[in-house]
Design a protein around this ligand. Sequence first.
Ligand SMILES: Nc1nc2c(ncn2[C@@H]2O[C@H](COP(=O)(O)OP(=O)(O)OP(=O)(O)O)[C@@H](O)[C@H]2O)c(=O)[nH]1
Ligand SMILES: [Mg+2]
Ligand SMILES: [Zn+2]
Length: 275
Amino acid sequence: MTKGRIVRQISNLYTVLVDDKTYDCRSCGKFRLNKIKPIVGDIVDVDLTRKYIMDIFPRKNFILRPSVSNIDVCLIVTSLKEPNLSLNLLDKQLCILFYNKIEPVIVLTKLDLLTNDELMEYNNIFNYYEKIGIRVFTNTELNKLEEFLSKKVVALMGQSGAGKSTLINKIGNINLKTAEISKALGRGKHTTRHTEIHLLNDFGLIDTPGFSSLDISNISKRELKETFIEFKNYQCKFKDCLHYKEIDCGVKKEVGKQILISRYENYCKFLEELK
Ligand SMILES: Nc1nc2c(ncn2[C@@H]2O[C@H](COP(=O)(O)OP(=O)(O)OP(=O)(O)O)[C@@H](O)[C@H]2O)c(=O)[nH]1
Ligand SMILES: [Mg+2]
Ligand SMILES: [Zn+2]
């Protein structure tokens, strides 16, 4: 048995990297029985003569959309136009990453399509995210980004058309297919159809297909509250305050002051989704 890492998945064919060679393998039947599926990023035992994945080592972490495991950082590729910024989506992505104990980093794209007024407005919003401790880069700050990514395995998350493949092309100097935006819809066409780790000089980047919805229904209300990391800075009358209908809530008092209104509104929406 040989140990390797899954670097690509196309339906049920897995590419496994062993030392510096890759092998196309299938997964053995026992995974189907146990209802677990190998995913990109998994460290696995492979039978190289039969080309089968025999075992999956315990995962340090994993997420489902995109399906990847054992990552150090996840870039939330966020376009400000075409497709337009959705703070609801962004807050949900942050929630999922904090819940899974993966460091989120916001990478903004398409600033070149904005007017000066729009730029100012977005500047205020993203200053807030930086203030609460989340790193924010733009897709033109390539040197800073590369420096930060050094030695890490990095996944990318983001809507279709947000610019994930374009970003990987720029930092990785590899040539991935990117989509022309469908103007009528204001959304991108799906071009990336499978998940793949691109191993670069000293970091790995995982390109993934975009998606349109995210599910947080497995998260409890208490856990949801923890993922809004700035809320813990405020004192409430009740220790288990959900910052919702309770009286004397320190979080609610700061909405529109220390706390960005959309952050609190999205928190309430997610809470209601969990009810
Ligand atoms: N103007 C502008 N266009 C960009 C920028 N980044 C990406 N694009 C364009 O946006 C379109 C979509 O980019 P992709 O990189 O294919 O998007 P993706 O996130 O990989 O999309 P999926 O593979 O569908 O998930 C392409 O036409 C890119 O050229 C940017 O910063 N500015
Ligand atoms: Mg793509
Ligand atoms: Zn409260």
